[in-house]
Design a binder for this molecule. Structure first.
Ligand code: NAP
Length: 660
């Protein structure tokens, strides 16, 4: 057996949505054949092999080759037509076996079977296995669940308490892992509801722009998502359910905001100031602080001359006032990024006039199912094939490992810069321009402005099913590309002298993503403020620890954002698990705290910087919000999930100083 093998395997037991039993299959052979025709075959074959215990069905010739994605997903991971036909026959036999043998229970697999299935899905990348086991939520040794318990480790007479700041996607991940280990903690949330970005963003059209099954925790593998790209409230309600199932919802202290945290070297604790609505600021002490306070949450509202004169309504996309009646009004949307892409198509039909102010056009990848519900076939598989949703989620994870990296890696001395960064990148550019040309057919002037002048992937790419072009080509819509020169009492004037009279201005102008921990005063060893230490260039080892700030952990800190591959939830879970491992090391040693060395951070930063410089977003002629004010790419993780898995596997003693 390989070193990756496992002794016992219970699928998704470290899963708050774990289900013992599935509905029996009652369909006849013909109906089953029709279902197979519509199914995603690699995920289905994996699920059938697991459910029936017959991994022999996963023949070498049926392995998905994992053809890398340029712009569109390859059906079945790029399986040949011949393999697809064979796989369909195998899947049909598998479904018939499930029906005839009345198999409805969640399977238990032996280690070898697990290896076989992972090998099939990953096309033999056994080096991915441990990470994939984590994503499947195997328990206990192979999931992200801690295998140690606070009570067993905490030295006699000692207590340890952490503060978790925020109850968004990151805070819930951290709180769940800390709770599993039994480490005492408090969790505070500035808002009055949990969900972070998903409770703040309520603008019309808000939804995921990445596929839903790639946007969930390994420890909370919800199966019955209604949409392929979940709506905003669906994601928020998922987070609410996760918090409830994990026993966290009662623990969250709402309306409590971290104002400052100051390290007390002598006592080895953080002295925090927490403001509570309508009450005096409280001082509380903690052994560790886990910052999960968000990244894309500080609205960027640009300043324009005369803005204060405007008598209409102005609001940032994240501060959407649901009481504002925009129907029948003249509406301006400033910005053409991910938020605008969702707002504009959602409102354009019901506004009197729409003007969209564009500085740079967005690149958009085709996503025909962007507004679609999950198919009936998919819903059937989820109900009747044991653990199908878990295997499908894992399959999504597998496809996301290499993602679209190959499309954004720059070639040296590439002749088509700044339009593209490589041969492949240029191909993608041409393909996407082809898509835009069809969408804007008959609107040559609009098409000219819809084509970005920077390489695909240099900024975050949107998902498109044609609704953007449909909205912009509407008769009452205008795409304004002349820069805004000033606001007047009743509208916006652009540099070409046009006066756009509007009732409502929506700032879809994004956030201040580089301003990590903005508005919070973190004072570390020797009285150093974190913002002084960073000097506008936030850095953290593995995106988590900062030298001079002992037992301070960032979950979703600098340089851990995946943009063409990987999964946000994976990064957040791993960062949380890494922080928890650090706490474990501190307790085991009966130390007060640990502090990452400057050398470790410098090595990490040099490593990610060098890789980011190879990417579209790292080219000197590209300006993107992935870069901070200093021009360093401080947002992006330029590697796959596997490298982050390895980087966060252990808290290395030679990278940390332990404070006693
Ligand atoms: P964004 O992508 O940063 O886009 C901001 C837009 O505003 C850009 O078009 C930008 O133009 C423009 N802009 C900024 N300042 C301007 C100014 N002074 N004058 C004119 N235009 C200006 O922001 P976002 O759309 O809010 O999205 C931010 C991120 O949030 C996304 O990339 C994504 O990670 C996340 N998000 C996710 C979802 C989702 O999953 N469903 C939805 C929304 C947002 P330039 O391009 O010229 O800078």
């Amino acid at each position: 057996m390989s070193e990756n093998s496992i002794d016992t395997l219970e699928i998704a037991v470290d899963d708050l949505f774990w289900q013992e039993c599935y509905e029996p299959i009652t369909e006849n052979d013909e109906q089953l054949a029709q279902l197979v025709d519509q199914a995603d075959l690699p995920a289905l074959l994996a699920a059938l092999a697991a459910a029936t215990g017959n991994t022999k069905i996963l023949a070498e010739e049926l392995r998905p080759p994992l053809t890398p994605v340029d712009t569109k997903n390859h059906p079945h991971g790029g399986m040949s037509a011949e393999a697809v036909e064979k796989a369909k026959a195998v899947a049909l036999s598998g479904l018939i076996a499930l029906r005839d043998q009345q198999i409805t229970a969640t399977p238990r697999l032996d280690a070898e079977a697990a290896e076989d299935i992972l090998g099939f899905l990953s096309n033999g990348h056994s080096e991915w296995n441990n990470m994939l086991k984590h994503e499947l939520g195997l328990t206990p040794e192979n999931s992200g669940a801690p295998t140690w318990c606070y009570e067993d480790v905490v030295p006699a007479g000692r207590t340890f308490k952490a503060l978790i700041v925020g109850s968004g996607v990151a805070g819930i991940a951290a709180a769940h892992r800390f709770a599993q280990a039994g480490v005492p903690f408090e969790i505070i949330e500035a808002s009055d509801r949990l969900g972070g970005t998903w409770q703040k963003n309520k603008y019309p059209g808000v939804r995921l722009d990445t596929p839903t099954f790639g946007y969930s925790y390994s420890f909370a593998q919800k199966a019955d998502w209604p949409h392929q790209f979940a709506q905003g409230e669906e994601v928020r309600s998922y987070l609410q359910t996760v918090a409830e199932k994990a026993g966290l919802s009662q623990k969250i202290e709402y309306g409590a905001k971290l104002i400052s945290a100051t390290w007390d070297e002598a006592a080895g604790v953080w002295e925090t100031a927490i403001s509570k609505q309508g009450q005096e600021t409280e001082v509380r002490h903690f052994n560790a602080v886990i910052s999960a306070s968000g990244q894309l949450d500080i609205p960027n509202v640009p300043e324009f001359p005369g803005q204060g004169k405007f008598t209409g309504i102005q609001m940032h996309s994240q501060e959407w006032d649901v009481n504002v009646d925009w129907r029948g009004k003249k509406v301006a949307v400033i910005g053409t990024g991910a938020s605008a892409y969702q707002i504009v198509p959602a409102i354009y039909e019901e506004v009197a006039e729409l003007v969209v102010f564009q500085r740079n056009a967005p690149w958009m990848l085709p996503a025909p199912t962007y507004h679609a519900e999950v198919s009936d076939t998919f819903a059937w598989l989820v109900r009747k094939v044991p653990c199908y949703a878990q295997w499908f989620r894992l399959w999504t994870t597998v496809l996301g490992i290499q993602g679209r990296f190959h499309t954004v890696r720059a070639e040296e001395n590439w002749s088509q810069a700044p339009l593209s960064v490589s041969h492949k990148n240029h191909q993608v550019r041409e393909e996407l321009i082809g898509m835009l040309s069809k969408q804007f057919a008959g609107h040559p002037e609009l098409l000219k402005h819809a084509i970005p002048s920077y390489p695909p992937g240099a900024k975050r790419m949107l998902r498109d099913n044609g609704v953007w072009a449909k909205a912009l080509t509407a008769e009452h819509a205008t795409l304004e590309v002349s820069p805004i020169s000033e606001f007047t009492e009743n509208g916006i004037v652009t540099a070409d002298g046009t006066n756009h009279e509007v009732d409502i201005v929506i700032y879809a102008t994004g956030f201040k993503p580089s301003d990590y921990l903005d508005g919070i005063e973190i004072v570390g060893r020797e009285g150093t403020r974190i913002h002084d230490y960073w000097q506008g260039d936030a850095r953290a080892h593995n995106g988590v620890t900062v030298p001079g700030f002992p037992n301070f952990f960032m979950v979703y800190g600098p340089n851990v954002g995946g943009v063409v591959a990987g999964s946000l939830h994976f990064m957040l879970e791993r960062a949380s698990e890494y922080a928890l491992k650090a706490v474990h090391e501190v307790l085991k040693r009966d130390a007060k705290a640990l502090d990452v060395t400057q050398a470790a951070l410098d090595r990490f930063t040099a490593w990610v910087d060098a890789e980011n410089r190879q990417m579209a977003w790292g080219q000197p002629y590209v300006r993107t919000w992935y870069q901070n004010r200093k021009g360093r790419v401080s947002q992006v993780w330029p590697f796959t999930n596997i490298e982050y898995w390895e980087a966060t596997e252990n808290v290395l003693a030679d990278e940390y100083e332990f404070l006693n």
